[in-house]
Design a protein around this ligand. Structure first.
Ligand SMILES: Cc1cc2nc3c(=O)[nH]c(=O)nc-3n(C[C@H](O)[C@H](O)[C@H](O)COP(=O)(O)OP(=O)(O)OC[C@H]3O[C@@H](n4cnc5c(N)ncnc54)[C@H](O)[C@@H]3O)c2cc1C
Length: 402
């Protein structure tokens, strides 16, 4: 009987072991995670868990893993992979053998290195413990400075405003969410956040954080001093490639895998935020940080490990909830020759299409989750429509799908 080892008990690792059993694999499965928890999904950490009394939910409980005969090792970082003997070392000394190995090591947050970055009250968000620490700072009237105007920073800003905090967002670039989205969307979100009372400051780098023991203020490069009871930093993540790199696997913008989620070693697969993988819809290699990618690439990897050949090929899809606006984006285009809009983007109620020739290469919906379901399917099946149809509110996407 073969043995499969999965390193990383996050969303991708959790979905992978589920898929291994679903595809009929009866051998040994070891799921190893550095965090002390069974796998859980992270999107609620910046949303419901900060604003509501929502319970922290695991993907499955202990009984499920026992029933599926999956050995779970928690609070147990893997420290090395020996590819020649096909063994991994857990912690100091525990050795586990594998026939096939899956890396779902995800990513870790980038940290500030400026003066004051180590003060109490300077927080980052990736884990449930960090979400709880941020939640405990969000008292009514608390002055919260969010560093970084990307998705995570803005979701935290929206949650903090909902809790009655005074919120300032500092973004070094000249627009919000500029890494992933066109300027029209950033402008709409600037207006949304300002309208809800967030003090959004663009082109604002930070110089240092001040305080005695705990944070008291953030000082910008321009010399402004913003009083703060708490600082939350959301300046992106880096893929966790350390183990893969030390094991001599090919690394580029993450762990390099092919469409079957195989790394440069045929016995080792990888999935989730940590991978640099080919995407046929984008026509290039991507590293995605999204729930959909973590789930479905992990399922594809597990199927391939179980000899059910499954190329991973999906239109990239991502969502973000800020205040009462649901944002969804499909595709990850680098280039487009024109933009077509429907509805009122500036009022966060509309659709924006990135067009290249006849093709829809990207779509962003603000407050349009139902339309985005059909648009994602259209893009996946290569269906398109004229600019006039896309712009016309009276033309339904279900009809365009037909
Ligand atoms: C606050 C927050 C909100 C989000 N909201 C959204 C959203 O609204 N929409 C969306 O599409 N996406 C969202 N995402 C992104 C989504 O959650 C991630 O893309 C997804 O969690 C990636 O899953 P993963 O399993 O690849 O990585 P991770 O979830 O990072 O899991 C990797 C795991 O591997 C473990 N690990 C690493 N190295 C080792 C080692 N050597 N030994 C053992 N274990 C190891 C880590 O401790 C971690 O538990 C959000 C992310 C965050 C943090």
């Amino acid at each position: 009987m073969e043995s499969y080892v999965v390193i990383g008990a996050g969303q991708a690792g959790g979905r992978a072991v589920e898929a291994m059993r679903a595809s009929g694999f009866e051998g040994r499965i070891d799921l190893i995670g550095a965090e002390p928890h069974l796998p859980y999904e992270r999107p609620p950490l910046s949303k419901e868990l900060l604003t509501e009394d929502a319970p922290f939910e695991l993907m499955h409980d202990d009984a499920w893993y026992a029933e599926k005969d999956i050995s779970v090792h928690l609070g147990a970082p893997v420290t090395s992979i020996d590819r020649s003997t096909k063994r991994v070392t857990v912690g100091e000394s525990q050795i586990l053998a594998y026939d096939k190995l899956l890396l779902t090591t995800g990513g870790f947050v980038r940290k500030l290195t400026i003066d004051g970055a180590g003060l109490k009250g300077v927080e980052y968000l990736r884990t449930i413990e960090e979400s709880r620490a941020i939640g405990s700072m969000l008292a009514e009237g608390a002055r919260i400075v969010v560093v970084g105007g990307g998705f995570i920073g803005l979701e935290i800003a929206a949650s903090a405003r909902k809790r009655g905090c005074q919120v300032t967002v500092l973004e070094a670039a000249d627009r919000l969410m500029g890494r992933a989205l066109p300027p029209e969307i950033g402008q709409a979100y600037e207006a949304l956040h300002r309208g809800k009372g967030v003090d959004v400051r663009l082109n604002t780098a930070i110089e240092r954080i001040e305080g005695t023991g705990s944070v008291e203020a953030v000082v910008t490069a321009a010399g402004d001093r913003i009083a703060a009871d708490g600082v939350v930093v959301g300046i992106g993540i880096d893929p966790d490639t350390a183990l893969a790199e030390a094991a001599g696997l090919e690394i580029a913008n993450g762990i390099v895998v092919d469409e079957f989620c195989r790394t440069s070693d045929p016995a080792i697969y990888a999935a989730g935020d940590a991978t640099d993988h080919p995407n046929p819809f984008a026509g290039r290699r991507l590293r995605l940080e999204s729930w959909q990618n973590a789930q479905n690439q992990a399922i594809a990897a597990a199927n391939n490990m179980c000899d059910v050949e499954t190329p991973f090929s999906e239109v990239p899809w991502f969502w973000s909830d800020q205040f009462d606006v649901n944002l969804q984006m499909c595709g990850a285009p680098e280039n487009w020759d024109r933009i077509v809009t429907r509805g009122d983007i500036a009022a966060c109620d509309g659709l924006l299409f990135q067009m290249q020739g006849d093709a829809i290469v990207g779509a962003i919906g603000l407050g349009r989750p139902r339309d985005m379901r059909f648009i994602k399917r259209m893009m996946g099946s290569g269906k398109t429509a004229t600019d006039e149809q896309l712009a016309d509110e009276s033309v339904g996407f279900r009809d365009l799908m037909r």
